[in-house]
Design a protein. Structure first.
Lengths: 370, 497
């Protein structure tokens, strides 16, 4: 056996290998991808499941799956499978080696860093011989969507006004306790939540005191999210982080209100991804399904304005009777917005302001009534 | 092979400038993993025009170099020396005086390794050249021969030092590995042509096989790193992928070895034998008999030699084929015996030998003895193989159908009632064709049956409407007729149908 014969046979084997893999590498290879959940909250970790099968005798020494997805889907140990991140998107690579008649189910842990509506249209699959002489590529349609709801902020972290909310409209029926309506203090009772403790009153009296909440009923809440960072801002949001925080506030209030039986609606001067460029308007309603609708709208919200919030508020106030309570979540209290709020109040609606603090943490609480 | 010469990299050995290692051969990695600033992005080669063999970026901090780096460089240099062994052997054969025998060959390895280690500190090219010339001069002086005769000793020892000192610049490319394969192949051809080099054939084959194996593994490793977009860190390629590829390459290499070791000639002989048998099966045109009119020579008075009765002839192809076949069978038996022996030893072994077997088995069974670092995902692998599926695929394969087409399909071959109904329907159609009725192809089975009803041979078969009804269910609804239905159908069909 001379070495040059070995080289010659090696070249023949390489040639045959290249021909075989060029034609058959991706034959009888199936692929599917899905998320373990269709919707989740910002900050949660879910699984992205890839299922790939090689239903033939020929092994596939390497098979690469490439896809482009949002950089806000953060994969664990990204460096292990070639994730290269850009400003908006990341290039995700999964490398497999498939033996004959084998199926591999790969479960990636994905942390949802930001709310949004994430779509994945297709995945490109490339395979070939073990030396890279030939390659075969195919595009797989996947049509994958994932809704990431905004993270709920604990109620005590919300920049709520100091005094009772909806103060002019108390009712004496115990239907639901209004977290925004504090009418004084009372002694602690078993079952009271820790965040209800009024520490100053406790210190004064020497006994554990809690906030006394007034019940309210038959009022419909409309959460108005203003995407304008300043009064003069137009179109694209100039401080996305601040608005994102505002969206979280809106989600938290909606969650709390709906869980306590308050019919809640949503009004926003942004628009929804995948829909027409029109302001978002969801009339007040109740129930878990409605909460899902609200969260879905907040997840799909694009950070671009379609109109002035002042105009939207005025129109909404005029359209309905005097039975709405508007919660204005905003970064500014411009003249036009204050006038619109005053107009709504003059029509018999309740208006409350929730000011989105500066990113540095300079929380500025707007007065209850502008 | 596109990537083999893809990127000229400023050799880390040549300057403290940044290095971005894109190549992933085991030795090259070991060399460049040791480079100062290896994690920094690449820059253009140095201004010296020698592929980066000059100092550049001297303002950057230089990482401390240690003995570990020197060992890695020396390993790369020794491997390159191993790749260049045929060249050194040829020089030794033709140029080195006999009185020196092969002392210089023994010297070449330490000189090369020393040159590689020294290159860590001798950055500019002129310093390395000076070192090589000094080493060559010292060796020549030690050899003590006259200058023109011992010039080869000077050249080879100086060359060994220079080779070691500059190895890192070459070891960044996959082509570096295949350079060795090319050198061994050329030397092997030369040894086959030149009779005086024939004694080197064995060494060239064994060492060349090792060089080839390293080259193909390195190429595969680099390719996987490219596929994973982890060219800077090939260790990030999933371990399972690397392991499968190693097995795959080992299998391919075994095939090449088997082909070169006799299987190739065995197959070639078998093909020739088959060709000869086929050609002999055809009658050849008879040549007209020509009578020899030349005068017949008188028989020699001396007795005939035995060779005249048993003329020496070449061994026939079938005999050589059998030789190779039995050789292969013997090899397989020997391998089986070795495996049985290993199993026996494993059962009776204790201590470190048992642990060694355990580690080997874990490796072969794809089980890691060490816990793998968390890769950010979890893989579950399951087998999809089933004998039923394989048998079905085989039945549906083109080759099988072609082979099967030579004989008529039989009732016993049908796996289920669906196939049996379809078999009966086809048989009925064939019978119609034999009787001269050719139903138009655009007709549905039911229309065919209606059209054939007027044909006596079709009606004589039996209850055709029932057959057609079951055929519809089996063929289009993919429903399996029950055994009772099949029994009823068979009762209503003619016995010899």
């Amino acid at each position: 056996m001379a070495f040059h014969w070995m080289v010659l046979y090696g070249l023949i084997v390489l040639f045959v290998l290249a021909r075989v893999y060029e034609k058959r590498a991706l034959r009888h290879v199936t692929y599917e991808r899905h998320f373990s959940r269709e919707a989740a909250f910002e900050g949660e970790t879910i699984e992205m499941v890839e299922r790939i099968a090689n239903r033939k005798l020929l092994p596939v020494p390497w098979l690469k799956l490439e896809s482009v997805m949002s950089r806000h889907l953060v994969f664990g140990r990204q460096e292990n499978f070639g994730v290269s991140r850009g400003e908006l998107f990341q290039h995700h690579i999964s490398l497999f080696s498939l033996r004959p008649y084998r199926r591999i189910v790969r479960r990636h842990r994905v942390r949802l860093a930001k709310r949004g509506w994430y779509r994945l249209e297709s995945v490109t699959m490339t395979a070939g011989d073990p030396f890279g002489l030939v390659r075969a590529a195919r595009k797989f349609p996947v049509s994958l969507t994932l809704l990431v709801y905004p993270r709920a902020v604990p109620l005590h972290e919300l920049p709520l006004p100091n005094h009772g909310w909806l103060g002019e409209l108390p009712v004496r029926r115990w239907i639901v306790e209004d977290p925004f309506l504090a009418s004084g203090v009372r002694e602690y009772q078993a079952g009271d939540p820790p965040n209800a403790v009024h520490w100053k009153a406790t210190a004064r009296t020497g006994r554990l005191q809690v906030h006394r909440r007034e019940p309210t009923a038959d009022h419909r809440l409309v959460i108005c999210l203003n995407l304008e960072v300043t009064e003069t801002m137009w179109k694209t949001v100039t401080d996305p982080e601040r608005i994102e925080e505002g969206i979280r506030y809106a989600a938290s209030v909606a969650d709390y209100a709906l869980r306590h039986g308050i019919e809640t609606g949503f009004l926003c001067n942004g628009w929804l991804a995948g829909g027409p460029r029109e302001p978002v308007h969801i009339p007040p309603a109740g129930g878990a399904a409605h909460l899902t609708d609200l969260l879905e709208a907040m997840a799909k919200l694009e950070l671009e304005t379609t109109g002035r919030m002042a105009w939207l508020l005025e129109r909404e106030a005029e359209r309905n009777g005097a039975s709405l309570d508007f919660l204005l979540i905003t970064c500014h209290r411009g003249e036009a917005l204050r006038q619109a709020a005053a107009r709504a109040e003059s029509l018999g609606h309740g208006v409350e302001w929730m000011f989105i603090p500066e990113p540095k943490g300079e929380a500025v609480h707007a007065p209850a009534h502008a | 092979m596109r990537r083999l010469t893809r990127r000229p990299v400023d050799g880390p050995v040549h300057g403290p400038g940044p290095v971005r290692d894109s190549m992933h051969g085991p030795l090259r990695e070991s060399v460049h993993g040791a480079m100062p600033g290896a994690e920094r992005p690449s820059t253009a080669p140095g201004p010296g025009g020698d592929g980066g063999l000059t100092e550049s970026g001297g303002d950057r901090p230089r990482a401390p170099l240690g003995a570990g780096h020197a060992v890695r460089f020396a390993t790369a240099a020794l491997y390159e020396l191993f790749m260049l062994l045929p060249v050194f052997l040829l020089f030794d054969h033709y140029l080195v005086p006999d009185r020196l025998e092969r002392v210089w060959l023994v010297l070449a390895a330490p000189l090369s390794a020393a040159g590689a280690a020294a290159s860590l500190w001798l950055r500019p090219m002129w310093q390395r050249l000076a070192l090589a010339l000094a080493a060559g001069g010292a060796c020549h002086w030690a050899a003590g021969g006259p200058w023109p005769e011992d010039a080869a000793v000077f050249a080879l020892t100086a060359g060994a030092v220079l080779q070691g000192a500059t190895v890192a610049a070459r070891a960044q490319y996959e082509a570096w590995y295949f350079l060795g394969v090319g050198i061994y192949a050329v030397a092997s051809i030369a040894s086959a042509i030149a009779p005086e080099l024939r004694p080197l054939q064995g060494v060239l084959t064994v060492c060349g096989a090792a060089v080839l194996a390293v080259a193909v593994f390195a190429l595969n490793r680099a390719h996987l790193a490219w596929a994973a977009h982890a060219e800077d860190r090939p260790d990030l390629v999933p371990r399972a992928v690397r392991r499968h590829n190693r097995f795959f390459i080992a299998g391919l290499f075994a095939v090449v070895l088997a082909l070169a070791g006799g299987l190739g000639s065995l197959l070639w002989d078998a093909a020739l034998y088959a060709l000869r048998e086929v050609s002999e099966a055809f009658p050849r045109p008879q040549k007209p008999e020509v009578f020899d009119t030349s005068p017949v020579a008188e028989p020699s008075a001396s007795p005939n030699r035995p060779e005249a009765f048993f003329p020496p002839e070449e061994q026939p192809a079938w005999s050589r084929f059998l030789d190779h076949l039995f050789l292969a069978l013997g090899g397989a038996l020997a391998a089986a015996g070795l495996a049985a022996l290993a199993l026996h030893v494993r059962r009776r072994a204790g201590g470190w030998l048992r642990r060694l077997f355990g580690a080997l088995l874990s490796f072969l069974q794809n089980k890691s003895p060490r816990p793998e670092p968390d890769p950010g995902y979890v893989d579950e692998e399951t087998s999809l193989f089933s004998w039923e599926e394989a048998a079905r695929k085989l039945r549906e394969s083109r080759l099988f159908r072609r082979l099967k087409g030579r004989r008529e399909e039989r009732w016993e071959d049908m796996p289920d009632n669906r196939a049996r109904v379809r078999f009966l329907y086809r048989r009925w159609l064939r019978r119609l064709e034999r009787e001269g009725f050719r139903p138009p192809r655009h007709l549905t089975p039911r229309e065919t049956a209606e059209k054939a009803a007027a044909f006596p041979a079709a009606a004589a078969v039996g209850d055709i409407p029932l057959l057609v009804e079951l055929y519809y269910r089996a063929r289009y609804a993919e429903a399996e007729p029950t055994d009772e239905e099949m029994a009823a159908l068979m009762r209503r069909l003619e016995r010899d149908f």
